[in-house]
Design a protein around this ligand. Sequence first.
Ligand SMILES: [Zn+2]
Length: 338
Amino acid sequence: MRGCRFGAGLLLLFSASWFGLGAGFSLPTANRALLEAGGGGEKYFVGTAGKPWTSGQFGCVRTEGRQLHEGLDIRCVQRDRKGEPIDPVLAAADGTVAYVNLKPSLSNYGNYVVVRHVVDRIEIHTLYAHLASVVPGLKAGQVVKAGERLGTMGRTSNTRQRITQDRAHLHFEICFRAGQNYSAWHRKFQVGTRNDHGEFNGRNFLGIDPAPVLLAAQQGGTNFSLARHLAMQPEMVRVFVRDPRFSWVSRFPGLVQRNVAAEKEGVAGWEIAMAFNGAPLRLIPRTAKEVPGADRIRLLAVNEAVWRNHPCSKLVVRRGQAWTALPAMEDILGIAGF
Ligand SMILES: [Zn+2]
């Protein structure tokens, strides 16, 4: 038994350093209600004006389910004498500042900060929006630790309807960046529209629900694995891209699954399992024999139950018995560089 325990300890040590485990996520503000039984409800989430707190969650929670909210709206717990939010906003994991926007009039995110992380060999970003202010001097390239202060919660945004004091919140996202050359894609395919934020345009982000990630990271401690968490998420579509060097593979190697046939015969392309909004969950190498034909992109399968549960999803449509990819799906793959 003694030997067994020793062996297991060594294995844990090895895998922890090798795969970056233990780099779990922590809460981005002092509001800890999410960790309470029932998930905090109104104590944690802020709904849109006149709507229940559930509209502050991630998912198809806006406009009768037809509109996606790609993050969490986390309620303010500290205010100054005038009632303004003063909660410190904290980095949710170790990482590097990727972008700071200090021109609130240029974004519905207002003042916002994006931090890049590599967790379980997956490049992922966290985004902190509507900030009143950002820590002076904070800029892209700066290394930050989990729990380090990035700024102060606020109500900044360029939307016509202002965020009222009672709805003060942090809009927090955990997201993949679809592509590394978004600006070029935007210039080519979004002619006549502005891109004030380069690679950090909201269109280049594919969010995942931060709530279970924050919860699991707290409960699982160092056992939390982002790769394992993503692998367990319900997938909505499987799509094949005929490109052995598809960019997501090198940026999200933690999502790659083994396929012995492809290891022997060579990779013709990648089968991608996506969540309802296009976020990648699993990447599977495929041989030419496994996916015959010459289509550059082929829709392989759609999970109808997940599709029905996500009325804000815009990836596919059903015509008769056949599913077809919609432009939004092609845009994601286009931004990814395919
Ligand atoms: Zn929000």
